[in-house]
Design a protein around this ligand. Structure first.
Ligand code: PMP
Ligand code: GLU
Length: 399
């Protein structure tokens, strides 16, 4: 007999993993599928970081670390925040977690009561709404479209705030849109939030380095909201370390202590060896890893030029992260080769089944008219994927 909690029943499976698992199953059945589903760099972990991990094993870093992370890692994180973001933090303000995912969950668990509202500019990363639900909160969505590069304005934000608003949660650079908020845009958002001291900004900056304009701003740089901001970042995207599971938050001290309390009862400190390797990653000059970003830039341009030619796709030119989020509303509520397409998730399934290209439908990102393609894969696969989709949609029978 299944005995699920109400909390569990509120949740959905992560759609990114649902689609990537479907691709895996099809591949196992011998079908030649190209996966543009999961957002994870396809590079190997850089050699100096691997060597630091080997050395940590040799030196027996095999015991529990302090719950919020080893002191040298927290110091290296403070050094990184100073070097790259002009932000001053003390190690007591840092909590190292099992990925940025846990870092976000720690913050939400620390501040959300039942019924509290969290503002999510849509589209948002799949796990945000689910995490808010897990904590008993209620997401308030602020809609955007491709015409504004999927970004909200300060005015829209102001209109969404109520006495129950406890947090604003967003990623910049954004997964799934590939946009980032400029210095000026963040300043106007900061000015709104500063008027509401009960609100915490959860600023997910995990794609910070994957910004082709090189103009990342952290909202914590604005002094009027420094004390209201939790900066989230991690090793997954910048250093291709997704499986090493190291992320962190940088918060006001009261919130950092709260994250430590939650994490201490949940998972303890993050993996010791991966923490030691992260010290090396963060202390190395970011230019050492620049080659990955240049490679992503080349791929972005290849995909942009090919995707623009796909019938029915409305595409913008993403400036950061490694995703395209084209608007495919042209196909919604139509029948394609006998299959009715109710929303973008149906369209993603149609592409998977008929073009053998995996992507993720936009419904769980808060936009039922768009689909997400990750271009963190080889040029060859990207070109072939775009060719397959174009072929399918050029010849599709629409009724
Ligand atoms: N935030 C965003 C916007 C992401 O795309 C991801 C994807 N992994 C995460 C957080 C979580 O990253 P991590 O691997 O550090 O848990
Ligand atoms: N963040 C990546 C993505 O959006 C990895 C999967 C996940 O954590 O949801 O595809």
């Amino acid at each position: 007999m299944e005995k699920f909690s109400e909390r569990l029943n509120r949740l959905s499976f992560s759609q990114t993993f649902v689609m990537s698992n479907k691709v895996r199953e099809m591949k196992a059945a011998g079908i030649d599928v190209i996966s543009l589903t999961l957002g994870e760099p396809d590079f190997d972990v850089p050699k100096n970081i691997k060597e630091a991990a080997f050395s940590a094993i040799d030196h027996n870093f095999s015991h529990y670390s302090p719950v919020p992370g080893f002191m040298d890692l927290r110091e290296a994180i403070c050094g990184k925040l100073d070097r790259d973001n002009n932000l001053t933090y003390q190690p007591t303000q840092i909590c190292v977690s099992n990925g940025a995912k846990q870092a976000i969950l720690n913050v939400l668990a620390s501040i959300i009561n039942d019924g509290d509202e969290v503002i999510l500019p849509a589209p948002y990363w799949v796990s945000y709404d689910e995490m808010v639900k897990m904590m008993g909160g209620k997401s308030v969505f602020v809609k955007t479209s491709i015409d504004t590069e999927f970004k909200i304005t300060a005015k829209q934000l102001e209109q969404a705030i109520t006495p129950k608003t406890k947090a604003l949660l967003y990623s910049s650079p954004c997964n799934p849109s590939g946009s980032y908020y400029t210095h000026e845009e963040l300043e106007s958002i900061a000015n709104v939030i500063a008027k509401h001291p009960q609100i915490t900004i959860i600023s997910d900056e995990i794609y910070e380095f994957i910004n082709y304009d090189g103009k990342h701003t952290s909202i914590a740089e604005f002094p009027q909201v420094y004390e209201q901001t939790a900066v989230i970042n991690g090793m997954s995207k910048a250093f291709a370390m997704t499986g090493w599971r190291i992320g962190y938050s940088a918060c006001p001290t009261w919130l950092a202590k709260a994250c430590e309390k939650i994490q201490g009862q949940m998972t303890s400190g993050a993996n010791s060896m991966a923490q030691k390797a992260s010290v090396t990653a963060l202390k190395t000059d970011p230019s050492e890893y620049r080659f990955m970003i240049e490679e992503f830039r080349t791929r972005r341009d290849i995909v942009y030029n090919l995707m623009r030619d796909i019938p029915g796709f409305n595409v913008n030119y993403p400036k950061a992260a490694f995703y395209f989020f084209p608007d495919i509303s042209f196909y919604v509520a139509k029948t394609l080769n006998g299959t009715f397409i109710k929303d973008a998730d149906d369209f993603a399934m149609f592409l998977l089944e008929h073009a053998h290209v995996g992507c993720v439908g936009g419904v769980s990102f808060g936009n039922p008219n768009c689909v997400r393609f990750s271009y963190a894969t080889s040029e060859e696969d990207l070109k072939e994927a775009m060719r397959r989709i174009k072929d399918l949609l050029t010849n599709v029978k629409i009724s």
